[in-house]
Design a protein around this ligand. Structure first.
Ligand SMILES: Cc1cc2nc3c(=O)[nH]c(=O)nc-3n(C[C@H](O)[C@H](O)[C@H](O)COP(=O)(O)O)c2cc1C
Length: 377
């Protein structure tokens, strides 16, 4: 009997995993339980630590280590526009000047939707008040310090270039990846000497490239020579995994498909929003973080469009959306905060254990790749 061939690539050797399927770092959602489940299934679980303050980040890393003895990763953001102060040096009103006006706009929205703005605002401050403010330069740097101290197996930068931290990460034996949405970014991060590049296209959930996944993957692959590439964006079943490999990727970075898992750290009403959505259910919006991100359409995203008000850049927009999203979560308002997700969510029909989702991605990819031989006459 012919032996069944297994889905494997160079990425498995680099990351010391069985299958080249990586759980995308999804801020808050890719929790220790979800990351450990994917690592235990044979892939690489990556913590979505973008919004974790340094204390919570250390705690998450330790919790993950208790749940798996397999390699895992940590994903944070290193946005260039926050590292430079230049945004505030431009002519005209600065984002800081515009902040009170936009906060009033958000408060009016909350009143209209029956959310108490004062209570929502008081929720902004929590037990980590002595830590750097969210999404500031100091915040990103404090996260990197923890990642280096904890000697994590894999680090992934979701935005920006991990170059400044490469030598310390390398000294710890940490493997380094970076997510890019354009060839020029791929070339930039490659020059830092990292291990793997993730090419994430327009179809994907969260921060997002203007270039579609199908066009982006082969162009990044061609541009980065022998640095392995993971394909990402809209890959939600085994056929998508196989397609990414056909485009020259050596593995995949999958987000939304794992959001509808039992282990994902999002609200049940958000998992339901994914199950209910069709392929048309998302849009790219700056209304949550200030950078273009693919999100399930909501009253919040549509309100900014209808009123024709421009969101502020990161980190200011987060100060506006934060209280609204917190209040929506408190009240179970999936119509206001259904969450980020990619265009593949139309394929997701149920909430399942992460291992089942993982095994199906592997099996589906192997089936699809085996089937390609039938296409040659
Ligand atoms: C809910 C959600 C949160 C996300 N948060 C982050 C993040 O914090 N850091 C990051 O690098 N990418 C983030 N992303 C993007 C993912 O890492 C990944 O690139 C994307 O999910 C791939 O597309 P897919 O969702 O279609 O699989 C997020 C995506 C989603 C859906």
């Amino acid at each position: 009997m012919a032996q069944q061939k297994k889905l494997q690539s160079r990425v498995c050797e680099i990351l010391e995993i069985d299958r080249p399927i990586v759980l995308a770092g999804m801020g808050g959602a890719s929790s220790p339980a979800l990351a450990a489940a994917v690592s235990n299934a044979g892939g690489l679980g990556v913590l979505g630590a973008a919004a974790c303050g340094p204390r919570q980040l250390r705690e998450w890393i330790r919790q993950t280590r208790e749940m798996t003895d397999k390699p895992f990763g940590v994903d944070t953001l290193l946005p260039a526009s926050v590292r430079r102060a230049s945004y505030d040096d431009r002519e005209g009103p600065t984002p800081a000047d515009l902040l009170p006006e936009r906060q009033a706009f958000a408060e009016e929205f909350m009143r209209k939707e029956g959310i108490d703005p004062l209570e929502a605002r008081s929720r902004q401050r929590g037990p980590d008040d002595d830590e750097p403010a969210l999404f500031t330069k100091e915040f990103f740097e404090a996260q990197m310090e923890v990642i280096i101290q904890e000697r994590v197996p894999v680090y992934a930068s979701g935005l920006g270039n991990p170059g400044p931290w490469m030598s310390e990460l390398r000294a710890n034996g940490t493997k380094v990846m970076a997510v890019v949405g354009a060839v020029r970014h791929a070339i930039q991060v490659k020059s830092s000497g990292l291990d793997i590049i993730v090419a994430q296209g327009h179809d994907g959930g969260g921060h997002n490239s203007p270039v579609g996944t199908m066009a982006l993957i082969p162009q990044v692959v061609d541009a980065v020579g022998d640095t392995p590439v993971l394909g990402a964006g809209g890959i939600s079943d085994g056929r998508g995994v196989a397609a990414a490999l056909m485009l020259g990727a050596e593995g995949v970075w999958v987000g939304s498909a794992f959001l509808a898992s039992e282990e994902a750290n999002i609200f049940d009403f958000q998992k339901q929003a994914i199950v209910d959505a069709t392929e048309e259910g998302t849009s790219v919006s700056r209304t949550v973080t200030g950078k273009p991100a693919r999100i399930i359409r909501s009253k919040w995203t549509e309100h900014w469009l209808r009123e024709d008000v421009e969101p502020l850049p990161m980190p200011y927009q987060g100060m506006i959306s934060g209280p609204v999203m917190a209040a929506a979560n408190r009240d179970g308002r999936g119509d206001i905060n259904p969450g980020f997700a990619g265009q593949g969510i139309g394929m997701i029909k149920a909430v399942r254990p992460a291992k089942e989702i993982f095994d199906e991605l592997v099996f589906g990819a192997e089936q699809a790749l085996a089937g390609t031989t039938n296409l040659l006459g």
